[in-house]
Design a protein around this ligand. Structure first.
Ligand code: BGC
Length: 755
């Protein structure tokens, strides 16, 4: 796949360590050292200001701005797009000593070290500043975002004079003047700002969407005086120190967003309550409380790998980032493709959420899993409007969104891709399948399913030749084929969605169904369309055809394309990409992975052998799916080569674009790669199935899964598989095809290799 590591951070089982500062990696490090707690996210930029390269970003989930698009005369084109916006710089600090300003782009420093501790969620940075000929000051910074009280975040600065005399001035506050990097301008209007001794606050609103953000800081440890500039509310702390003396300043900040009318209406009340809480909260106690959250979470969601320190660190980093992006269902938050770590992909959520990310939460934090579906339920009205704009009935979920409205300004993606909609249906099915939450299914779930089915029944058509039903002019997950007919993935997932809707309705009370307004005629129509859905399949070769005509496309061997021509989007004219059989990411193989229990090994072999060599993995979502399937086929060499960079995609900047933000949804793919791939999990059947294999260099790996209220730990060595229930009742599952029961007593089985 022509990707290679750009190793910069040190390998450690529980920490990400930057030893010595290299400005060439400043932006990559900002992404890697991002902190977040679902409510807010902060890139790892230097709080004291930095005149070198930086993509400074501080985000609040669901706070976005709007950009108008050129007017189009065509129906269904978007009038505007929306993007997550850079908000308040709540770690804003400026440090001056003996009249010199600290700026790591120019200041003389030594002993730079930055450590993100994955066990506690605390980021520390320290170095010694050679201020002038006679003075040296040791500085250390610390920050965290609370996982228990998501609206609270903290930062601390400690300065120790090691040589000479230091007249130190620290400016610490809240800065709302920072530009949104890709726009080059600050997108907030400050409404009020205030600074008093020991505190500062600021209230601002986005310019076009009118959302509000309130931030208030309480400073402790030093006595300061208020300091105000336009858009910056701060305190200034001045102190003279001699060698050996230390000062320490900490702040706790409360961040509040008002993203919609309901939140706006309660904002002043919430501000009052937040200010009152701020007076009471102690920095160290808040930090300890958040660290305790991490400790509890690691106990149930760690993956331990013995014998491979790089992947050990890599997978823990992935798990850490996933929890940072979502860990509670409290806020109806958006799960962006880059999480809360950068402006790329505009903070938009994609089909990745339900299809790639949801499984991690279902098996690690089932309560949070519901949040994906809550977001889709809350945005059902927008999906219905989008369906109408595309001349469909029901609900058409956007391919990229932050507010529920379509934000993808590439019309061929926005109008032709049905996988966000089928992904929502799949997500509901998977959520209910794993959790058994029928209340949800028969309420919000059914409402969404009905609207999805209405769309699916109106968007498709009958094939005059085969007599089958299917979708014309679509773009499947393989975005290298556009305007195709009978895309196998779309038809397959459409059929599944229709059938699941019908199954759901069949088990519901007639009164509940009446409320949904579904007619008998509609149900019959959906049944017929599902039954007669055309899935292009050849019995003899066992191949699914990716879409009608795919087998007629000219063949291009990925190996014949010069490395410099990747990524193809940047080097080939747009339409050239569509004129051959190259595949961007799994399409047929994708539904075969999602519904693993429905296909025979022979079918999987045939399709894997046909499609895998044609795939160039232009999307980072691609290799993990191939690796999982290679495991299912017992092709360990292939599986390991596809897994090669999964867990370290960002740590080693494999795609050379980590600076823009982390590949958060691919990170979920890395988790799946271990659990569904090496662990051999198949979770779509009646009973959970495990067929564990193990990479040859690993001595052992263990992972946990929540299964119907029980926490199951699975350990795999080269020889054995062990099962143990850590919490809850015994769990029945299939191991290598045989039914076994796991309980509190560890049971051990011989590991088997796929024949
Ligand atoms: C992929 C899509 C994905 C999007 C966001 C694209 O490159 O092709 O499948 O939804 O990235 O991750």
């Amino acid at each position: 796949m022509g990707k290679y590591a750009d190793r910069y951070f040190q390998v450690h089982p529980w920490q990400i360590i930057e030893d010595g500062f290299n400005p060439d990696y400043s932006e990559v490090a900002e992404s890697i050292f991002s902190l977040g707690n679902e409510y807010t996210g902060l890139r790892g930029y230097f709080e004291e200001g930095y005149s070198g390269k930086s993509l400074q970003g501080s985000y609040l989930n669901g706070v976005y701005e709007r950009r108008m698009l050129p007017k189009s005369g065509y129906k269904g084109m978007l009038p505007f797009t929306e993007f997550m916006v850079n908000t308040v710089d709540w770690v804003y600090t400026r440090v001056f000593c003996n009249g010199v300003t600290l700026d790591l782009a120019v200041s003389a420093i030594s002993g730079f070290r930055r450590v993100l501790d994955l066990r506690t969620g605390v980021l520390c940075r320290s170095f010694t500043w050679q201020v002038d000929q006679g003075t040296e000051v040791e500085l250390s910074f610390e920050r965290f975002t609370s996982m228990e009280r998501e609206q609270l975040v903290g930062q601390k600065l400690t300065a120790k004079v090691v040589r000479g005399q230091a007249d130190l001035t620290i400016l610490a506050g809240l800065d709302f003047t920072r530009p949104h990097v890709s726009v080059g301008d600050a997108l907030f209007q400050v409404k009020t700002q205030d600074a008093a001794m020991g505190g500062a606050s600021i209230l601002a609103a986005t310019k076009t969407t009118g959302q509000s953000v309130y931030a208030a800081a309480a400073f402790h440890g030093m006595e300061g005086k208020p300091s105000m500039e336009d858009g910056i509310a701060a305190n200034q702390f001045t102190v003279s120190l001699i060698a050996g003396q230390t000062v320490s300043l900490n702040r706790v900040v409360t961040l509040l967003s008002a993203r919609n009318d309901t939140e706006q209406a309660s904002l002043s009340q919430r501000i009052q309550a937040a200010n009152a809480e701020l007076e009471k909260v102690d920095y160290d106690a808040l930090k300890a409380e958040s660290a305790a959250w991490w400790e509890k979470q690691w106990a149930v969601s760690d993956i331990e790998i013995q014998g491979d320190p790089e992947n050990q660190q890599g997978i823990r980093f992935c798990i850490f980032q996933l929890h940072q992006t979502l860990h509670t269902a409290k806020y109806g938050a958006v799960f962006g493709a880059k999480g809360l770590t950068g402006e790329a992909y505009n903070g938009n959520t994609f089909w990745d959420s339900e299809v790639y990310c949801l499984p991690f939460y279902l098996f690690n934090n089932p309560q949070a899993a519901k949040s994906f579906l809550k977001f889709r339920y809350d945005t059902l009205p927008e999906a219905k409007q989008r369906a109408a704009a595309l001349d469909c009935k029901g609900a058409f979920y956007p391919i990229a969104t932050i507010s529920g409205r379509e934000c993808c300004d590439l019309w061929q993606h926005a109008s032709l891709q049905l996988q966000a909609t089928t992904g929502v249906a799949y997500g509901i099915w998977n959520y209910v399948h794993q959790t058994g939450d029928k209340d949800f299914l028969h309420g919000c779930g059914a409402e969404m399913l009905v609207e999805i089915s209405r769309m699916l029944a109106s968007r498709g058509d009958w094939d005059p030749v085969t007599g089958g039903y299917g979708y014309y002019c679509v773009m499947g997950p393989d975005e290298f084929q556009m305007m195709v007919h009978h895309n196998a993935y779309t038809n397959f997932m459409g059929k599944k969605a229709l059938l699941f809707t019908l199954e759901t309705l069949a088990e519901m009370d007639p009164k509940q169904i009446e409320k949904l307004g579904v007619t008998q005629a509609e149900r019959e129509d959906w049944q017929e369309k599902a039954d007669r859905m055309y899935i292009p399949y050849d019995e003899e070769t066992r191949l699914f055809e990716q879409n009608m005509g795919y087998f007629h496309l000219p063949h291009r061997d990925p190996g014949s394309i010069p490395v410099e021509e990747f990524p193809l989007y940047a080097h080939w004219s747009y339409e050239r990409i569509y004129r051959n059989d190259l595949i961007k990411q799994p399409d047929v193989l994708m539904f075969m992975m999602l519904y693993g229990s429905e296909f025979t090994k022979e079918q999987l072999t045939a399709n894997f052998d046909y499609y895998e060599p044609r795939c160039i993995h232009e999307s980072s979502l691609s290799p993990s799916i191939h690796s999982i399937l290679a495991c299912r086929l017992g092709r360990m060499e292939k599986a390991e080569s596809m897994f090669d960079f999964a867990t370290r995609m960002d740590l080693d900047n494999y795609n050379r674009n980590t600076r823009e933000g982390l590949h958060t949804t691919s990170i979920a793919g890395a988790w799946m790669n271990i659990v569904y791939g090496f662990g051999g999990l198949i979770s779509d059947g009646k009973i959970l199935t495990l067929n564990p294999c193990i990479p040859k260099g690993w001595e052992k790996y263990t992972f946990c899964l929540w299964v119907g209220g029980s926490l199951l730990r699975i350990g795999v060595t080269q020889e054995e598989v062990s099962l143990e229930v850590l919490q809850g009742d015994a769990v029945k599952l299939k191991l290598y095809g045989r039914e076994v029961t796991a309980d509190k007593q560890t049971s051990t089985y011989r590991r088997e290799d796929e024949a």
